[in-house]
Design a protein around this ligand. Sequence first.
Ligand code: TXA
Ligand code: MG
Length: 356
Amino acid sequence: MTIVFRLKGFEQDCFEIRYAAGVLMRGGLVAFPTETVYGLGALVWDEGAVSKIFQVKGRPSDNPLIVHVSSIEMVEKVASRIPEDAYKLMEKAWPGPLTIVLPKSERVPRIVTAGLDTVAVRMPSHPVALSLIRETGEPVAAPSANPSGKPSPTSGTHVVRDLIGRVEVVLDAGETLYGVESTVVNIVTEPPVLLRPGAIPVEEVEKILGRKILIPEFAKGLGQVEKPLAPGMKYRHYAPEAKLVLVEPSSYTRECLKALAEYIKTQALAGSNGKPCILATLETLQHYSGVGAETFTLGSRENPFEIARNLFTILRKVDEEGCSIVYAEGFPDQGLGLTIMNRLRKAASEKHLINC
Ligand code: TXA
Ligand code: MG
């Protein structure tokens, strides 16, 4: 049985948080909101509880989990060494959507890190997440609270739909702020490497570090992933049931955006059976009228925060609306654009490039 707590006027040490912390301490699973997406949490030291996370999600056992903390002392419990750069990042970017990969301490069960000798750690800024971890008094291992391969949940409603009956507690605090997962950086390597672009742009992390971070092809959602480096990135991810076709123009000038929309329009019109849908932006929306495809607007290209925030919600919506094929426009690989493109490329079954 799942207890769903709807948290509106949230208070730090309310009954719901104390109850959920008790469930974690006794080896149960709790789905909780963070500022990025909802997480599915277990006590980090409890191998049995952590293995339930893998079962409930249908997650491959070689894909490690992020450990969530509410203090630096908790980081010291799960990491064997904390380099100076990590302190810099923790001071400036935490609590917030940055995950730091550090050398793992012996105490962290191997199942959490999928056998790696590193551990990924982050301090979320969502007040519900922070007080849940504080109340538990121990770090909480948590992947995104979606069945493996599906778009991450950005609202309590998504979580309830996906996990009802499979976890002990869902803490529902409505929609999340960023709507996209944290940025994952490995600072154990020289130079530091971006393992997953996320809610904090990699350029901002570079500014805090005062040096460059290597951006491998797989972080863009391209090429082959080196498994030991970033296990999670090798899987197809975030995909709706509908077939997603990503169309990338060679540049993002006005003319190119027009050519991009024309191309998508032709494709959608020529489409075979089923219902074609289009993920448009405010800048291209007008081109799609009269195409006979259902159009969803991600937001304005001037505001990538909004586009990132709407992406997973709309990827779920296209399935609810029965789309059979979805055409998505590309975005420049910079700032949050890199994050958006990583998710779109990993969700796509087909990628089309157009020269303009
Ligand atoms: O925003 C987020 O990060 C959300 C919320 C719940 O905190 N969590 C999340 O977890 O997105 P998950 O499990 O869906 O993604 C974790 C990513 C995966 O790509 C995984 O491979 C990578 O982090 N990861 C975890 N531990 C790692 C490690 N030791 N080395 C390299 N990559 C690691
Ligand atoms: Mg995930």
